[in-house]
Design a protein around this ligand. Structure first.
Ligand code: G3P
Ligand code: CA
Length: 249
């Protein structure tokens, strides 16, 4: 059976605050084959790694990432909301995340870089340029829920692999994948369980499907049975053990 990608969702986010350097490092150490993280751009044009549109849930601050400067975001505590053990952690710069992951990016670990919409052409270019400067374009998949952002990423770096995030599969998902020259279509896990025929049709085109976010271990076997290329979840350690025990690693 083919190897199953183990994707650390926002890093190993069961054990450390999502999208922080310790979570991303823990994902590597726990055996992930892809480290997934989310990129947004500050008011002064700096790519940072944070999931939500606002800083409210995952820091001690308030406001929209796009309306805050890097200085303002850098002063926030991004760890205490998760546990006092992580008090004082900062929202990382994309550049810091790349520096952290770069030594691990051969041969096992790849980057699954999600660009959160909205993102302008210039913002996408800056993000892609940082990956390119680190020499990691060939170790990175750039994904987004917004097909326009995926297209901008492909225009910024024609050689980079692209992924489209979805809730359910689109009508004509294979044609969408062809038109956007996707390597991955990554939907809600329920779409995979409901429609394994589309997973097979995409696989026949060389397009992998990696659903999010199966944290419940009882879902892993049915999803593998449905033909997925990987699983994106918060429980990297367990997923690694489970996969290797089944010869999927
Ligand atoms: O990579 C899949 C997953 O990260 C998409 O959803 O909301 O966790 O960014 P979200
Ligand atoms: Ca994400």
């Amino acid at each position: 059976m083919a190897a199953l990608h183990r994707v650390a969702h926002r890093g190993y986010s069961a054990v450390a605050p999502e999208n922080t350097l310790p979570a991303l490092a823990a994902g590597v150490l726990a055996g992930a084959t892809f480290i997934e993280f989310d990129v947004r751009t500050t008011a002064d044009g700096v790519p940072v790694v944070i999931h939500d549109r606002t800083v409210d849930r995952t820091t001690d601050g308030a406001g929209h990432v796009a309306e805050l400067t890097l200085d303002e975001i850098s002063g926030l505590d991004a760890g205490s909301w998760f546990s006092p053990a992580y008090a004082g952690l900062r929202v990382p710069l994309l550049r810091e995340v790349i520096d952290l992951l770069r030594p691990y990016a051969q041969p096992r670990v790849e980057l699954l870089l999600e660009i959160k919409p909205p993102a302008t052409r210039e913002q996408v270019k800056v993000i892609i340029a940082q990956v390119a400067e680190a020499g990691l374009l060939d170790r990175t998949v750039v994904q987004s829920f917004d097909p326009a952002v995926v297209r901008l990423a492909g225009e910024a770096a024609p050689e980079v692999r692209l992924g489209l995030l979805r809730h359910g599969f689109d009508d004509g998902q294979v044609e969408v994948a062809r038109a956007l020259r996707l390597r991955y279509v990554n939907p809600d896990l329920r779409a995979v369980l409901a429609d394994p025929a589309t997973v097979a049709a995409l696989a026949a085109e060389g397009v992998g499907v990696m659903p999010w976010t199966p944290n419940d271990i009882s879902l892993w076997a049915p999803l593998v049975e449905a033909g997925v290329a990987g699983l994106i979840n918060d429980r990297t350690g367990e997923l690694t053990g489970w996969s290797l025990a089944r010869g999927l690693g």
